[in-house]
Each structure stands twice: as structure tokens, then as C-alpha cells.
Ligand binder design. Structure first.
Ligand code: ZN
Length: 196
């Protein structure tokens, strides 16, 4: 049961990548990937995501539904400590690696995450060496990147972050669910808070 839920999520991520030109150009979907046997449980965000029922049709909504179905079994993580972002943030945020070295599938150099933020959260400035592309699956948020105007993105919207370019986001009246792919140097790192 668990494995089938993850395979459905991987298939939905493939369909999304094939349908989204910016995503396909940023990092082609891997030809092959291998189930890691990893699963997990817990954290508050898992239950929030499992309860969030996607409306609409299309590859973003399909991946959202697959994520919601697998959410209770996913290997949820928090990059940050309570000292860095506060308890409220950690109760309303979480991510898991779908493809990558600590994720549910090993896919060579391809590294992709599913990330959730509840409504009314400020994800403060942070950066990392790897280049990054966000694809919004559901909800909306205001995306901030150093040197660029703020932009509000909704389903299907994409946002590119260059290597070490500081960025932040803020959810307003809706949660946000995103599929995020990394590439380039620093693939093994974690994001760190701050603008440098
Ligand atoms: Zn980032």
C-alpha cells in the first residue's frame, strides 16, 4: 500500500515534468530511479497535507492528490531548528525528498522535494549553492528574490533561484504546496537562513 502510494507520486511528478516546459528544461526527469525503502511518519504538516484536498485537474492537481495520499507515510523533514524559525513555523511547515540521496527514490543526480507551508507563514531570507526551480502545485505565495521584483505565484507558476541568490516567501490566506528541483553544485547541502 505504502509503496503504491509513492509510485503514484513518482508517476505524477514525471507527468508534471513532461507537461511543464520550464521544469523539463531546468532538469529532465530521470530515465530510471530506484525505491529506497525509506518511509516515515509524524510532524504536524503531514496531517495538514493529508487533509488538504486538491481541486481542479491537470498535472499539478494530480501530483497534489498523490502527495496527500502518501503524506502519512512520507519521510518528512524540517531543515531548520526552533531557534532559527520558531515553533509556530515548524508546526506549519514540512518537506520530504521524493528523489535524492535521502529521499524515497534514488535517481542518480536528480534531487527533488515536496514542500508545504500553511497559510500566514513568513519563510525568511535564505540561500544555498544549488540552483533551484519551484513549481506551485496548489495554493499561492509571494516569492521574493534578491535583485528581482516580488511576484505572487499560483498553480503551475515557476520560480528560478540562481546559485547563492537569497530568496524568501510569504503565504497569505492560502497554504502552499510546491515541487522543488535542485541542480548543480552544493546538491548535498541544506539551505541556510540569512542573505549571504
Ligand atoms: Zn531555496
Amino acid at each position: 500500500m505504502t509503496r503504491a502510494a509513492f509510485d503514484a507520486m513518482a508517476a505524477a511528478a514525471r507527468a508534471l515534468t513532461l507537461s511543464n516546459a520550464a521544469l523539463a528544461k531546468f532538469a529532465p526527469f530521470p530515465d530510471a530511479f530506484r525505491w529506497s525503502g525509506r518511509s516515515g511518519a509524524g510532524i504536524d504538516a503531514a496531517a495538514q497535507v493529508a487533509r488538504w484536498l486538491a481541486d481542479g485537474e491537470g498535472p499539478e492537481a494530480d501530483l497534489h492528490r498523490a502527495v496527500a495520499a502518501a503524506a502519512p507515510h512520507a519521510s518528512w523533514l524540517h531543515t531548520y531548528t526552533e531557534a532559527e524559525v520558531g515553533a509556530h513555523f515548524l508546526e506549519n511547515y514540512g518537506y520530504f525528498e521524493l528523489f535524492g540521496p535521502v529521499g524515497h527514490y534514488d535517481a542518480g543526480g536528480y534531487r527533488a522535494y515536496v514542500v508545504y507551508w500553511n497559510a500566514g507563514l513568513v519563510y525568511d531570507w535564505h540561500c544555498h549553492e544549488a540552483e533551484e526551480l519551484y513549481v506551485v502545485l496548489s495554493g499561492r505565495a509571494i516569492f521574493r528574490s534578491e535583485g528581482e521584483p516580488d511576484v505572487e505565484l499560483t498553480r503551475g507558476g515557476t520560480r528560478f533561484h540562481a546559485s547563492l541568490q537569497p530568496h524568501a516567501l510569504e503565504t497569505t490566506d492560502s497554504p502552499l504546496l510546491a515541487y522543488i528541483v535542485w541542480r548543480g553544485g552544493g546538491l548535498g547541502d541544506l539551505p541556510r537562513m540569512g542573505r549571504a
